[in-house]
Design a protein around this ligand. Structure first.
Ligand code: MC0
Length: 145
């Protein structure tokens, strides 16, 4: 069902400082930045590779405030890996299948994610302690000839 790892989300206190670290250390490039009010984050996507089903990225996440998922995570655990996101061809279908296998869905319906994607989260307690995100990439734009 999973095509690939779409991204690994990393919680940080200072987005700009962490972007500079990843650029300097791993020679990664920022390909998108966004403020997602619904999720309570300011985030940046750093490109790693392209695959058949889409790209893979490091996602850096700074909370918009303490009372947000990433704000609470930082207060409790400090900086580090916040979630792993699997790329799926159809997020609604994946939710139905995985929910039917007894995993609690944090989102019954897909929400807006980075770079035009549709996303939904699974409860970390049901996935071995790993907050898991499902990501459906937006349809590809037609190539210009
Ligand atoms: C909390 N827990 C985690 C965790 N966050 N475990 C692994 N990884 C995480 N990131 C654990 C806690 O330690 C706790 O376990 C239990 O889950 C309940 O957490 P809580 O302390 O009550 O904290 P809450 O209230 O923040 O709830 C956690 C929950 C929430 C995962 C349900 O953060 C959530 O709904 N997250 C989904 C949305 C999200 O994370 N959005 C930000 C990224 P104990 O044992 O102490 O009870 S948005 C994003 O990434 C978008 C922009 C995108 O990719 O495009």
């Amino acid at each position: 069902m999973f095509m690939r790892i779409d991204h690994v989300g990393i919680a940080c206190h200072d987005l700009e400082e962490k972007i500079a670290f990843f650029e300097r250390t791993f020679e990664l490039t920022v390909v998108a930045r966004e403020v997602n009010e619904e999720q309570g984050v300011k985030e940046a996507m750093l490109h790693i590779a392209d695959g058949e089903g889409g790209g893979s990225y490091i996602q850096l996440l700074e909370p918009l405030g303490p009372d947000t998922p990433v704000g609470r995570f930082l207060a409790k655990r400090g900086e580090g890996v916040h979630h792993v996101a699997f790329g799926v061809p159809d997020v609604e279908e994946a939710l139905e299948t995985i929910g039917g296998r007894g995993v609690r869905l944090l989102d019954a319906q897909p929400r807006h994610g980075s770079m035009g994607s549709s996303i939904a989260f699974l409860h970390p307690k049901d996935v071995g302690g790993m907050l898991t995100e499902l990501v459906q990439a937006p349809p590809r734009r037609p190539e210009r000839s």
